[in-house]
Design a protein around this ligand. Structure first.
Ligand code: MD3
Ligand code: FE
Length: 208
């Protein structure tokens, strides 16, 4: 489903086996070198989501190789197989083999939501590459809110994301405001390997 130009939702794209592999990989990445943490915003606000990065460490609002806000460790590398998955995702969403081959994500931002976690409306603009962002959802269902490029207010398009869903944001949608106003606890399909909570992986090209 095309939600806006360049914003394509592909429900149930990840197989149950793929979802379990990703959940298992996230459990291992969460053991280190940098643990899951609640990010702290420059104004002192603490995000309810817990996050983890691969390849490059993102902290509000820049990328670095080391987790200066956690333990100073260098983040785990971005694995080649995740890049392949990103290229397959772009091919699936856009049906454009050229765009897919050219896609070279070098960082993943992994967010873990418990039932109370939310993400406010924001833009992702620390990346210097205009390449699309690939989003993979696993576990509990949520409301994903897609807004506008020029301002954070209405109108919004609300879309429910479920375990296994793919969303690709490129072209005119790349700098749109977006957020997650609600997660529905206890709605994860057990075949996903998530007992509770929601996992979202976003793959990006930093251009760094
Ligand atoms: C649209 N994550 O990590 S994924 C984020 O579900 C983030 O955890 C949300 O927003 C989550 O920054 C939403 C969908 C998403 C991710 C990146 C985007 C939508 C986007 C970048 C540009 C436009
Ligand atoms: Fe975002």
């Amino acid at each position: 489903t095309v939600v806006a130009p360049g914003a394509v939702h592909v429900p149930d794209w990840l197989s149950a086996e793929r979802q379990r592999e990703l959940v298992q990989a996230c459990r291992e990445w969460a053991r280190g070198p940098v643990p899951l943490r609640h990010m702290v915003l420059p104004g002192g606000g603490v995000m309810s989501v817990r996050s983890l990065c691969l390849g490059w460490h993102w902290q509000p609002y820049h990328y670095a190789r080391t987790a200066g806000d956690v333990n100073g460790a260098r983040v785990a590398p971005f694995p080649g197989w995740l890049g392949e998955l990103g290229r397959a995702a772009v091919a699936e969403a856009y049906g454009d083999e050229r765009a897919a081959e050219a896609y070279a994500p070098d960082t993943a931002l992994i967010n873990f939501y418990d039932g109370a976690a939310r993400m406010g409306m924001h833009q992702d603009k620390e990346e210097r590459s205009p390449a699309p962002v690939v989003s993979l959802s696993i576990g509990d269902r949520c409301v994903f809110r897609f807004g506008n490029t020029g301002h954070r207010g209405r109108p919004y398009t609300d879309v429910e994301l479920e375990s296994g869903d793919l969303f690709v944001f490129g072209g005119p949608s790349r700098y749109a405001f977006h957020g997650v106003p609600r997660v529905y606890p206890g709605t994860a399909d057990p075949v996903s390997g998530m007992r509770d909570g929601r996992l979202n992986l976003t793959l990006r090209e930093t251009g760094l």
